[in-house]
Design a protein around this ligand. Sequence first.
Ligand SMILES: [Ca+2]
Ligand SMILES: [Ca+2]
Ligand SMILES: [Ca+2]
Ligand SMILES: [Ca+2]
Length: 247
Amino acid sequence: MATFNLGTVGTTPVVRNNFSLTTSDPTDVFKFQISGTKNINLSLTDISAGDDAELLLFRDNGNGIFDSGDQLVNSSANSRNRDESINDRENTGTYFAQVRRFAPGSSGTVSYDFAVSATTPNSTAGFSNLLPREFELGNLSADVSRSSLINDGDTTDTYQFSLGTFEGVNITLNRLLADADIRLIRDFNNNRIVDAGEEIARSTRGGTTADVISNIRQSGDYFLQVQQFTGNTGYDLTFDHFTTPEA
Ligand SMILES: [Ca+2]
Ligand SMILES: [Ca+2]
Ligand SMILES: [Ca+2]
Ligand SMILES: [Ca+2]
């Protein structure tokens, strides 16, 4: 088991690309600290085709060593080589993100890209800046609705979709019981991180008022994030698809 010490992680993502797991060394551990109450954002992307890896988050028991006394606080275990993601609100301390090769779903070496950031809760600057394909909607060709939950153990949901030519979309987040917000991103450099200039639009209305991003009509690939602002809530996320005269 290889352990990589990342030091104190803040808003700026710490990225470790092209790491690999083998049958004889099937886990990697990334040790890091956060200072203050933060949303810990973790993503596992670009898992090699035909393989499977899982992502787990542990809180250290105080000795600074990854051992059996550490508490598992969150995990992500999608099938095949789908991306994994964790967005978990935690307090000051030392944490271990563990990447595991899932043996039944993998053949030989499993490669992956890992990223971690720690963003500020209860802030409109608190959106996660990582872009795992958590919910894949693909190309929109009709209206699409999704319902899910945002809470302290899952502070961000990230949806991937694309628009073809002659297509547009209006996006609405509603049926809120607490304040959540949305923003729309285009990952122009395809590094799965939100860089300057990649946020296209956001809606951060207060309370349980619906958030809306309207009249998106450029073809291409998009990410839509739903972010906790305060409290825990279910939500409905609606993609109202329309056709446009322009290519
Ligand atoms: Ca420990
Ligand atoms: Ca997996
Ligand atoms: Ca980017
Ligand atoms: Ca809101």
